[in-house]
Ligand binder design. Structure first.
Ligand code: MSP
Length: 499
């Protein structure tokens, strides 16, 4: 069985998840569901990045002296959020777990034995917001441009990783594997960073107390990014469960936001090269979005809670909106008004009404029974499949909505209410085509709107649990909806939202 291993970044627990974090995790869920649908053995990993100074500061700000207690509480909020959003991650890694600690130690030792660690002095700037060593060049008016905060001057003895030793190897790898970093703009950005700015990196901190102690010097803790990146293999059992590790590594896809590509596309591959491990197959960086025009931030109070939003619109509607509205890989704008518009128009009026009308007519004219087979395979399928494989969710949804609109147009053209008076045979074939199109739509929507897809099948009278287990390629062959099936028209898919 083909395997597919997909990861999200692990999130800091200094605050609860907002819609931007949910975006990445939802996208990984969509990809996971898509690959499971093809019968692949999927491992979908997410988790929390816990050995960070940001978390410590948040605990202190919350008046909590017991840092671990604060982190446990916050990490639980993250994992519960993903559960309540119906996300299907197979694992949830926490970097304070023992399995992670063991893997980090093993990994560090491998890199050290390779001769890639040396002791030195670091003197320069550090941004706790980014958890990164920054140079004068990165600053704007002496501040970190991302966090708008003052950076800290540090001068300490650190251990360094010989990142520059891997410069040529990295560049060669990126050139020979054009799909390694996507989209292309990000690849170019990474290449110019590697060529022009990349230096050896300090991988330990002397002045910090919270974190994993450096195996060769317990007065130092491991730099949080060096530790965090290892989560992608510690979760698989590196250093613990070799069988699982061998099965799933290398990752098929690391999904990240564009803010953290240097770590994922330069540091992480070089670390893996040093430890003698294979590199991930693909790193895809999606864009960032603003909320009603502003960057998402605590101080602006625009950090939308994905769970609250889902309570109003339904989880699947939020998934639909995020993936339809914002081209995957590009920056975008999240707007409550646009979400509302898409809910009312695309979802309630176009898709919801289609199901409602077709089932209503099947009840009225055909005694609620599926008529005899007719019609042919849906032409849009190859394009939808290709778009999903390319992670082009917007195009996939555009194609799916072509099918929805075409079905609505078909009703308006054929006018079943008139056919019922003059041509019963044509009426039956029109309705079969529409009902079978809806069954196909249930499949098209599975990865992006799983609950809605299932609800469509349920209302079509299909045993949806069995349908879901079907081999996808066979399931989308035209004509599988059995004549004689009794439909079960239910509540509207997208109820009207007041106000
Ligand atoms: N802990 C590190 C990642 C370590 S991975 C080994 C980190 N964590 S984070 O909590 O800051 O989460 C960053 C990720 O959240 C981004 O890379 C991105 O995927 C997602 N997003 C956070 N805000 C976002 C937006 N406003 N828009 C889109 N994605 C956003 O960095």
């Amino acid at each position: 069985m083909k395997k597919f291993y997909v990861t999200t970044p692990i999130y800091y627990v200094n605050d609860k998840p907002h819609i931007g974090h949910a975006y990445t995790t939802i996208a990984a869920d969509v990809i996971s569901r898509w690959h499971r649908m093809q019968g692949e053995d999927v491992y979908f990993l997410t988790g929390t990045d816990e050995n960070s100074q940001k978390n410590v500061e948040a605990a202190e700000a919350a008046g909590e002296k017991d840092i671990k207690k604060f982190i446990d509480k916050m990490s639980a909020i993250w994992s519960e959020t993903w559960d309540s959003l119906n996300l299907t991650n197979d694992d949830f890694i926490r970097t304070t777990e023992k399995r992670h600690l063991k893997a980090v130690e093993k990994f560090f030792n491998a890199v050290n034995e390779k001769g890639d660690i040396y002791k030195g002095k670091y003197e320069g700037w550090y941004c706790t917001g980014c958890e990164a060593f920054v140079t004068e060049n990165d600053l704007v008016d002496g501040k970190c441009p991302t966090h708008q905060t003052k950076v800290e001057k540090i001068k300490e003895t650190n251990y360094f990783f010989k990142l520059t030793k891997y410069r040529d190897k990295l560049l060669k790898y990126i050139e020979e594997n054009p799909d390694f970093i996507q989209p292309k703009t990000r690849r170019n950005e990474v290449v110019s960073y590697i060529k022009e700015f990349m230096t050896d990196v300090s991988i330990s901190r002397e002045s910090i107390k919270w974190g994993i102690s450096l195996p060769i010097d317990n007065t130092q803790v491991i730099y949080v990014w060096f530790d965090a990146l290892i989560n992608y293999i510690s979760a698989l059992g590196y250093g613990n469960d070799e069988e699982k590790f061998e099965k799933f590594w290398p990752a098929d896809l690391h999904l990240v936001g564009k803010d953290i590509i240097k770590f994922h596309c330069a540091l992480w591959p070089a670390m893996l090269m040093s430890a003698g491990l294979p590199l991930p197959k693909k790193i895809f960086a999606h864009g960032f979005f603003t909320v009603d025009g502003d960057k998402i931030s605590k101080s602006l109070g625009n950090a939308i809670d994905p769970v609250d939003l889902s309570k109003i619109y339904g989880i699947d509607s939020v998934r639909y909106y995020l993936l339809r509205e914002i081209s995957f890989g590009e920056d975008g704008a999240f707007s409550m008004d646009r979400l509302r518009e898409r809910y009312d128009n695309d979802l309630a009026n176009e898709l919801g009404n289609l199901l409602h009308r077709v089932l209503g007519m099947t009840e009225k004219y055909l005694d609620a029974k599926v008529p005899k087979k007719t019609g042919e395979d849906i032409e849009n399928w190859p394009l939808i499949i290709d778009s999903m494989n390319q992670l082009n969710f917007t195009r996939a949804l555009d194609e799916i909505w072509e099918v929805v609109r075409e079905a609505n147009r078909f009703i308006d053209q054929e006018k079943p209410w008139e056919l019922s008076k003059i041509d019963e045979e044509r009426l039956a074939s029109v309705l079969y085509i529409l009902l079978e199109t809806l069954r196909n739509l249930g499949w098209m929507l599975q990865p992006i709107m799983p609950q809605i897809g299932e609800e469509i099948w349920l209302q079509l009278g299909i045993d949806w649990e069995k349908e879901k287990e079907m081999d996808f390629k066979k399931a989308i062959k035209w004509g599988r909806l059995k004549p004689g099936t009794e439909i079960k028209k239910g509540e509207p898919l997208f109820p009207r939202i007041e106000s």
